[in-house]
Design a protein around this ligand. Sequence first.
Ligand SMILES: [Zn+2]
Length: 341
Amino acid sequence: MSELRPFIAGLPKAELHVHHVGSASPRIVAELAARHPDSQVPTDPEALVDYFVFTDFAHFIDVYLSVVDLVRTPEDVRLLTFEVARDMARQNIRYAELTVTPFSSTRRGIDEKAFMDAIEDARRAAEKELGVVLRWIFDIPGEAGLEAAEETCRLAVDLRPEGLVGFGLGGPEIGVPRPQFKPYFDRARAAGLHSVPHAGETTGPQTVWDALTELGAERIGHGTSSVRDERLLAHLAEHRIPLEVCPTSNIATRAVAAMDEHPLRKMVEAGVLVSVNSDDPPMFGTDLNTEYEVAARLLELDARGVADLAKQAVEASFLDFAGKSRIAAEIDAYTAAWLAR
Ligand SMILES: [Zn+2]
């Protein structure tokens, strides 16, 4: 534990790359597993810790989907969403753009309107009771192909819940080329949604270029391999296209071999705007505070540097100017008080 831990814990933060189901803590997963005993997922929180150790990215996807399978009713959805927000509030996360995969739930027979009502109900309750502002990014589960893309796009554009701000693409990259999803991103963008696909996590920089040129990406999920292409790094920096960096996730999925080899520092040195994120925190045995500690070590930051990093995430968010200013001012006030103590 670093000496920055208490500073980071109290620091007001925004999180931009964190998955809805992937944020389910062992307690919540155990509760859901107990409600659905036919699933393969352990019902004991301690056994879940072992269950969440992955041999490779494909194994991670398998485990992730087994947890997705536990969310079967609108009440499961509401409970999960509100509990995720509770964990965020405990970390002083003020604002989060939560990546939600509605296709996984509607395909399992949850009524689409009931699903939207469940997340919106949880969103309003989280803001009112916990002080956490949630927004949604609906993502296409890439492994489910174009059928999932069509359905996700329809749900996003036609049912568009109030909290929806972005349209994404997750799941495996290998064997799932980004350009095939262009028509769906075109439709979502025409409807005013921001484009935020995952790219360059487990494949090379060409996937990031594809996300930019074909999908109109305004932010890149991971983009880890961007550092292998100087021209791409320069492009991201020049056009202020942020990378959503999730260090512990990259190690857990073996996207990066070791933390000391993590490319975060190279991204920052190239002038790329970055946000620090936890991705699927309980599955990776982490949380956002821990990711800030990791980033502080990789970038050799002091408290002021960590505060600047937190402000980069606010800047990279889809909040409006007033919303960004409000959280940035909170970060400044907190940091000034901390340094003056
Ligand atoms: Zn992700």
